[in-house]
Design a protein around this ligand. Structure first.
Ligand code: XIL
Length: 318
């Protein structure tokens, strides 16, 4: 509760959620998403990514990204925007050839400038760079890093600040919710930008967990405070807690409840943590079963729209 500005849920644009094959549930799903008592914020899970926003070089397409961002506007929800520079879900043309440093600099400049300018003034925050780090804290050898080194990160933040001065600029990553090498690397990344006078406002902890394995309340409080000590804010940007075995058992759902409670509780207790976003709220629309075989039931609403026990855990922690 300390510094919390919102509790929200990401949602896919219809073109993406169709893969669940559940068109008949859309009205019920949409009503829950629209309910201001449930969610005051949203993020498009896919529509603003490079693959959709610049599918051909210099050809920008706002259709997918606008679906969720216009919904946010209609429903008066805070909008988090996701993600400007990421090695994954890149448009194929970016990966199709080896670029020189000069060419890639131009490509990033055109992309970040056009995309951030299109949504100028509408995003509470942008995930400017997503997942630039490996588990051991070294830089991920993405195509951006291979050609430009860490300069691509500085470039992306500089460009985003110019294009949308009002937006909070975030570095976003996963497995940075418990103390360790990757968290230390995030702290170095933030410091690197600050030392050069480049604007960075926040760290996004994706918070994709497996039930029974999530970091403890104290570990998460520690980590949030270590980001806070650098003067940046923090958000849980993609929270979900998947079960590694299906169907759900009472025991697994109890572990999941504990994990949700700890994560939401840690954010609610540290003033620097300003918001929490579920990576969708309805199990059938979760990315988990498509990405982690045999896993799922990661969110707060089951397929029949009943609540997971974790729903009460979240309410208790807020
Ligand atoms: C996921 C989407 O939810 C899926 O629909 C898509 O197929 C793959 O990407 N980290 C991120 C998110 O930053 O953008 C990812 O979203 C999940 C992991």
């Amino acid at each position: 509760r300390a510094g919390l500005k919102y509790f929200g849920s990401a949602t896919d644009s219809p073109g993406q959620r169709e893969r669940a094959g559940l068109e008949h549930v859309y009205p019920q799903y949409d009503a829950i998403l629209a309910n201001p008592d449930e969610f005051g914020q949203t993020t498009p899970t896919n529509g603003q990514k490079w693959l959709f926003s610049e599918p051909e070089q210099g050809v920008f397409n706002w259709t997918e990204g606008e679906i969720v961002s216009s919904l946010a506007r209609e429903q008066n929800k805070i909008l988090r925007c996701h993600a400007l520079v990421w090695h994954s879900q890149l448009a194929p043309w970016v990966e199709a050839q080896e670029w020189t440093a000069e060419e890639l600099t131009e490509i990033i400049t055109a992309h970040v400038t056009n995309v951030a300018s299109h949504w100028k003034g509408r995003c509470y925050a942008w995930d400017v760079v997503n997942e630039a780090l490996e588990e051991d804290g070294s830089w991920r050898q993405s195509l951006f890093y291979r050609v430009l080194g860490e300069d691509y990160i500085k470039l992306a933040f500089r460009l985003a600040a110019e294009a949308d001065p009002e937006a909070k600029l975030y570095y976003n990553d996963y497995n940075i919710e418990r103390p360790g090498a990757k968290v230390d690397a995030v702290l170095r990344l933030v410091t690197m930008l600050q030392d050069e006078g480049i604007k960075i406002d926040g760290v996004g902890m994706q918070a994709h967990f497996t039930a029974g394995e999530a970091p403890s309340l104290d570990q998460q409080i520690d980590v949030i405070q270590s980001y806070e000590a650098l003067g940046v804010e923090v958000a849980l940007t993609e929270l979900d807690v998947r079960l590694d075995k299906l169907p759900p058992t009472e025991e697994l759902l109890a572990l999941q409840k504990e994990d949700y409670k700890n994560s939401v509780g840690a954010c609610a207790q540290v003033p620097a943590c300003i918001g929490i976003t579920l990576w969708d709220f309805y199990d059938p629309f979760s990315w988990v079963p498509y990405t982690f075989e045999g896993e799922g039931a990661a969110l707060l609403w089951f397929e029949d729209f009943s609540h997971h026990p974790a729903y009460a855990g979240v309410v208790a922690a807020l």
